[in-house]
Design a protein around this ligand. Structure first.
Ligand SMILES: C[S@@+](CC[C@H](N)C(=O)[O-])C[C@H]1O[C@@H](n2cnc3c(N)ncnc32)[C@H](O)[C@@H]1O
Length: 230
């Protein structure tokens, strides 16, 4: 699974940001902005973004970070992380190649761990999701926050069905046309319709050991930002 995903993400890296903006009608910009405000709110000196992709979320985090905060970005795709590394806004951040299933950091290291639009990709099922979440929990300091921005399942049935229809038909086709990747957006659109709803994800976070789990939905529940504390 991981190797297949690595190929998918490496294949779409060049067009990834453009495709995101087009397919979300630019809404990914305010979604990331809001999630990074929630993430940054409690400060801290060492922040980690896992599965950081081209660093779009990290740019938002960097804007909100105080002078004492250091941001570390990791991703397992070289083409993705190379784009992050080339961003002038991220010149003060540490950018490195790492698989999120086994992070190269000691336990109790970070004040904040952030992941955006990647949780549903790293997880084929609940057991696998919990394995990754335990890894994020491990590297957080006690009292540290985990922030997860991800697509979700709108509670309203008509909105959920419409969003699934849009994802499986439009996202799949337009994503392929703009990115040139036949398999990439087929897989990504499929994973959107199958991901956990926000309440279920909260339960999973509790099972992993997180406390004070809370979430905020945006755009009729199409996306959710979860916050959880170690
Ligand atoms: C949909 S992109 C999201 C990128 C970025 N977080 C954003 O918000 O735009 C998913 C990212 O997760 C990375 N990824 C997927 N599985 C991973 C894993 N096991 N370890 C590290 N990175 C992974 C991919 O390479 C890709 O860059």
């Amino acid at each position: 699974m991981s190797n297949g995903l690595l190929t998918v993400f490496s294949e779409i890296a060049n067009q990834y940001e453009l495709v995101n903006h087009v397919l979300t009608f630019g809404l990914d910009i305010p979604w990331r902005k809001k999630a990074s405000q929630i993430a940054a709110a409690d400060g801290g000196t060492l922040w980690l973004e896992v599965c950081s992709g081209t660093g779009e979320m990290a740019v938002n985090l960097q804007r909100l970070a105080g002078p004492e905060a250091r941001i570390v970005l990791t991703d397992f795709s070289f083409p993705m992380i190379s784009r992050a590394r080339s961003k002038s806004e991220l010149r003060k951040a540490s950018v490195s190649l790492a698989d999120s299933s086994g992070l190269p950091f000691s336990e109790n290291t970070f004040d904040l761990v952030v992941i955006s639009f990647a949780t549903r990709n790293i997880t084929g099922n609940r057991v696998r999701l919990m394995k990754f979440l335990r890894e994020f929990y491990r590297v957080l300091k006690p009292g540290g926050r985990f922030i997860n921005l991800e697509t979700s399942q709108p509670k309203s049935t008509p909105i959920r069905l419409a969003s699934h229809l849009y994802t499986t038909k439009v996202v799949k086709t337009l994503g392929r046309l703009i990115s040139g990747s036949r398999t990439g957006y087929a897989y990504l659109s499929y994973s959107v319709t199958r991901f956990f709803d926000a309440d279920e994800l909260s339960k999973i976070l509790h099972e992993v050991g997180f406390s004070k789990v809370d979430y905020k939905t945006m755009t009729f529940g199409v996306v959710a930002v979860h916050k959880a504390v170690k």
